[in-house]
Design a protein around this ligand. Structure first.
Ligand SMILES: [Zn+2]
Ligand SMILES: [Zn+2]
Length: 312
């Protein structure tokens, strides 16, 4: 696998997640991953494995029959999802605005009410007797209280009609309620073909626990751009397709899996805001024979680790 694809260096750009939401038919082979600088300490090699003093296992001295440099993709995302629903009311409060609320500037939950549409009106149904007014409930319309010894706070037994606000008109209005809710995604994706190797069934959960992937991975493993296309190549009239990889470690189908996960997190809502961080965690699959389908990688502390696949 080494040498099949070249690593492309470019000024790091932001992770263009909008690409994911707006494009339905992605050509994943044109995606590209890179980190502005990788600390070679995190790249596993057979030499490092052989030199390790912390591994209590004899590493065969012959070359493995298969050696596949791969990478897990770790995605941490914060989204603000906006859902909305409507309700028809009579006489909406005068301060309500029209139009969609502004996009949120942070991840706080928020609720908004807006006027969706004015549906027309007629006479107020609550103030037939004297349009715009209603009988005072405190004095019963008498204008006086305390055995008629004191004047009531109303006007001669009448108050402004609370239903129409004194306009004597009623208006049906459709309100729209908006709810902005944060959603979080913290997921590690393993190339799926690894899961088809019976002896490596438990690799994914093993690495997730061993690497404590609930926590943010080291900055050196950050992928700043998974969407770049390589332009200006020797190929005329087109762009060279380069499979996304991390310093020679192939992501397999993890980017497709991550896109599906991000789309699911935003499904059923408008995604108003998003922050996505992606990290690679490189590993090396080694096979000497059917008994030894092993995986080696480097942990957070910089120690080389060995996962010995077990056949069921
Ligand atoms: Zn009164
Ligand atoms: Zn009224």
């Amino acid at each position: 696998m080494y040498g099949m694809f070249e690593v492309y260096h470019a000024p790091s750009r932001i992770f263009k997640i909008d690409f994911f939401f707006l494009t339905t038919d992605l050509d994943f082979d044109s995606l590209l991953a890179m980190s502005s600088s990788v600390n070679p300490v995190y790249l596993p090699t057979l030499d490092k494995l052989r030199a390790a003093t912390t591994i209590d296992e004899e590493i065969p001295s012959n070359q493995p029959v298969e050696m596949e440099p791969l990478a897990m993709l770790v995605v941490q995302a914060a989204l603000v999802r906006r859902t909305s629903w409507t309700e028809e009311v009579l006489n909406a409060p005068g301060h309500l605005q029209r139009g969609e609320p502004p996009a949120p500037a942070d991840d706080e939950p928020r609720h908004h009410v807006r006027i969706d549409e004015r549906l027309g009106g007629g006479a107020c149904g609550a103030c037939f007797e004297r349009p715009g007014y209603r009988k005072c409930r405190i004095c019963g319309g008498r204008g006086k209280i305390m055995n008629d010894k004191q004047f009531c706070s109303c006007r001669d037994g009448w108050v402004q009609c609370p239903t129409c606000g004194g306009t004597a008109r009623s208006e049906r209005v459709r309100l729209r309620y908006y709810s902005d809710t944060p959603a979080y995604l913290n997921e590690a994706y393993m190339p799926r073909h690894i899961g088809q190797i019976p002896s490596l069934f438990k690799l994914e959960s093993f690495m997730e626990n061993d690497l404590n992937l609930v926590r943010t991975p080291p900055e050196e493993l950050r992928c700043h751009d998974l969407t770049g296309e390589v332009a200006g190549t020797a190929y005329r009239g087109g762009q060279r397709k380069i499979r996304p990889q991390f310093y020679g470690h192939d992501f397999g189908d993890t980017i497709e899996q991550a896109l599906a996960g991000l789309n699911a997190a935003g499904a059923g809502a408008n995604v108003m805001r998003y922050q996505v961080r992606a990290y690679a965690w490189p590993f090396l699959r080694l096979r000497w024979d059917d008994e030894r389908d092993w995986v080696t990688y480097v942990d957070r502390m910089g120690q080389i680790r060995l996962f010995k696949g077990r056949n069921a």
